[in-house]
Design a protein around this ligand. Structure first.
Ligand SMILES: C[S@@+](CC[C@H](N)C(=O)[O-])C[C@H]1O[C@@H](n2cnc3c(N)ncnc32)[C@H](O)[C@@H]1O
Length: 279
């Protein structure tokens, strides 16, 4: 049953947009009723109108963040969509490895990493298929706006159901420890990945060109929550922190808003993007 009226829902929608740039559709306002239950409980409240009243009465950035984070959709899985990982392994990484043979460092960024499966998939792929890279430095960064999922990523602990989605059995045996109903990534996988909270749509990206240049960036299944101007700004920032010969993966239904910055390349049944350089 609707707990608040239309203007209050639109207030919450605007608040979420202001904090995370996520555009929520009015037809799905009912999601506030279910997703904000925990925020209400933490505030000692039972009704959404009390929460809206408190938010309106006085600026409370922490509470605004809690509301925006609670409305994020954190769906992910190990080796999600598989094809980008197969393409990386078979075709793209061997070329990047050749190009980095003197520097001996590979840098990946799982932007909007949710609970970390994408980053850990990269780590496992490197350990499994590129054993010849002993002595190389692997940097795998995972960032997400939602602190709760970042903590889960840091813990690297997954329920059987999450493990059963997309992970080959031999990977489970080789790279996870069984702890009760859960599985925890082994330290050798865990130590390759760094996770932290970061807003992709804040005043600046969590990485900068001067110190961080990534070989591969995964920006998958997050742009669909943003409007066109936000996507445009974000992709211009991503372009700045991607190596000139680097690779960008978007979600299978996502496209860069500004194709003047990117060359789409179809290969291995998927699409990836190369940064165009100013001529
Ligand atoms: C559907 S998940 C995608 C996870 C992963 N990239 C994948 O494709 O499996 C979307 C993630 O984007 C995050 N997100 C939404 N808005 C964000 C923002 N402004 N900055 C950083 N992360 C954001 C959400 O918290 C959520 O974990």
């Amino acid at each position: 049953m609707e707990q608040i009226a239309g203007p209050e829902y639109s207030y919450l929608r605007q608040l979420v947009f202001d904090v995370s740039q996520n555009v929520l559709d009015a037809s799905r306002d009912y999601l506030f009723d279910t997703r904000l239950t925990k925020v209400l409980r933490n505030q000692g409240m039972t009704r959404l109108d009390e929460l809206v009243h408190k938010l309106r009465a006085q600026k409370n950035s922490a509470l605004e963040r809690d509301v925006a984070e609670a409305m994020t959709i954190n769906e992910t899985s190990f080796f999600r969509d598989l094809r980008p990982f197969d393409l990386l392994r078979q075709e793209l990484l061997p070329k990047i490895i050749e190009a980095r043979r003197f520097h001996r460092t590979l840098r990946f960024w799982s932007a909007a990493c949710a609970t970390g499966q994408e980053a850990y998939s990269v780590a496992m792929m490197l350990l499994e298929h590129f054993p010849m890279l002993v002595g190389w430095k692997f940097v795998i960064e995972g960032t997400d706006i939602c602190s709760e999922v970042v903590q889960r990523a840091q813990a690297g602990r997954y329920h059987r159901i999450e493990i059963n989605r997309g992970l080959p059995a031999r990977f489970v045996v080789r790279y996870f420890d069984h702890v009760g109903e859960d599985w925890t990534v082994k330290p050798e996988v865990r130590k390759l990945c760094n996770f932290r909270q970061a807003n992709l749509c804040g005043t600046s990206l969590p990485f900068n060109r001067a110190t961080d240049s990534f070989d591969v960036i995964f920006l998958r299944n997050v742009m669909l929550y943003f409007d066109q101007p936000t996507r445009r700004t974000l992709l211009a920032g991503i372009h700045r922190v991607l190596a000139p010969d680097g690779i960008l993966f978007l979600g299978s239904s996502e496209q860069p808003a500004d194709l003047s910055l990117w060359t789409p390349i179809l290969s291995g049944g998927t699409c990836y993007f190369r940064p165009r350089q100013p001529s």
